[in-house]
Design a protein around this ligand. Structure first.
Ligand code: CTP
Length: 394
């Protein structure tokens, strides 16, 4: 929904990865974006104008004619963002030199909107210094370059140069439309549930899905930040392009957080940490006996409390679920754990797609949050935290 009504111009060049653009267009139009396409002549060998026009409900363009002599200017003015995917090394090099020898490159030169390039090439071609220098040049001019993936290429080689995952390309399009409030900032985000084992096969935990934590990570990415995830057990799949440390127990989560904490500027502690662990654990599977089993639970370490004691300039944000006196209980936690802010929601939000709750700061500022999706709530929370703590007058 972040791309609803956004006008996206996709430039397609003549590489085998061009067939993936169909799926990308599907994702974008499903989200409500308006898409137009402009092709290099060689892209016509890889994609069909009929398919593009059906998928986008707009005619694709690849040449001028007497009816459309200014089509490059019209397309450049029409779009909110111009993405080239896939971008061949040939087109990348033309862009870096300002060459406008076809409709796509002419439209690029005429366009002053946010621009994104998603390269795709054979590893050796991609790594050629000429290409790398040209990419750096584009980056210096403010063009966003989407990193390629490592993988099996169409030529049979295994290596760098594969077109980025289309979901990542979609995320870059959202980023291009979002104010960069977290630009250059590293942010630790914990998510999912920790597990405490009784024996190798039995444990206590909770049903946290990690959905909100992943939404927070994406929101930080959209706003130019670098999320570092520490994830317990999650039901959502974490995309591979997020730097992620996987943990199981609360102790492991604590250790990972302590390790990362000095290098970040903020922490969103969204994990559902299991509060108790078994006092006695067993190395082998416990055998069933005909009598009752009594186990003793002892508290796990409180990660946020430890971070609250260690913090220097980091912004610490906690998350709480409460069933009563939401604001009052959350404020107590904020003070006890030395937090800068806490987000509290009623228990009914768990497992639901919509979000409601409160953002509370250490200065007792209380803001109500009501959003149709967790993604929108996460964007709002991270935006407000940046506004309140990094740019108080912004
Ligand atoms: N938290 C933590 N370490 C724990 C327990 C909780 O870091 N061992 C963090 C959670 O990730 C969350 C915040 O503390 O950001 C509040 O969690 P919550 O479970 O609401 O608070 P508790 O202190 O466990 O209090 P209670 O369960 O009694 O409400």
């Amino acid at each position: 929904m972040f791309l609803k009504d956004k006008k996206i111009l996709i430039g397609i060049t003549g590489g085998i990865a061009a067939y993936k653009v169909y799926e990308l267009i599907r994702i974008l139009t499903k989200e409500g974006a308006k898409v137009k396409t402009v092709l290099t002549p060689s892209a016509l060998d890889f994609v069909s104008p009929t398919v593009l026009s059906t998928l986008t409900s707009n005619v694709p363009y690849w040449e001028w004619d007497y009816k459309n002599p200014l089509v490059h200017i019209d397309l450049a003015k029409w779009c909110d963002v111009f993405l080239i995917a896939p971008a061949t090394v040939n087109t990348i090099s033309k862009l870096a030199l300002g060459i406008a020898d076809n409709l796509l490159t002419a439209t690029w030169l005429a366009c002053d909107k946010p621009k994104i390039v998603a390269p795709a090439a054979n590893t050796v071609m991609f790594k050629n210094p000429a290409v790398q220098e040209n990419l750096k040049k584009l980056q210096k001019w403010g063009v966003e370059i989407i990193p390629t993936q490592k993988g099996l290429l169409a030529c049979g080689d295994l290596g760098e140069g594969k077109l980025a995952d289309i979901n990542l390309i979609r995320d870059y399009l959202v980023k291009a439309q979002t104010p960069q409030r977290w630009k250059g900032k590293k942010v630790l985000i914990t998510l999912g549930a920790t597990k405490e084992y009784l024996d190798p096969v039995r444990f206590i935990s909770n049903g946290s899905s990690g959905k909100m934590g992943l939404a927070l990570a994406k929101a930080i990415f959209y706003q130019g930040g670098k999320p570092i995830l520490v994830a317990g057990d999650t039901k959502v799949e974490i995309p591979e392009w997020f730097e992620t440390v996987r943990v199981e127990t609360t102790q492991e989560m604590l250790e990972a957080c302590l390790d990362i904490f000095p290098s970040v500027e903020a922490v969103f502690m969204n994990a559902a940490v299991t509060d108790y662990k078994f006092e006695k654990t067993y190395q082998n599977k416990l055998k069933k006996k005909e009598k009752e089993l009594i186990v003793k639970l002892v508290p796990t370490p409180d990660i946020l409390t430890q971070l609250g004691k260690l913090k220097r300039n980091q912004i610490l944000v906690g998350f709480a679920v409460e069933t009563q006196s939401l604001v009052e209980n959350a404020l107590k936690k904020l003070r006890k754990k030395n937090l800068d802010a806490i987000v509290v929601n009623p228990s009914k939000v768990m497992g639901s797609d919509t979000y409601e709750g409160f953002l509370i700061t250490k200065d007792s500022l209380v803001e109500e949050i009501k959003k149709p999706t967790k993604e929108e709530a996460a964007l709002y929370i991270t935006q407000r935290v940046a506004e309140i703590f990094f740019n108080p007058r912004g």
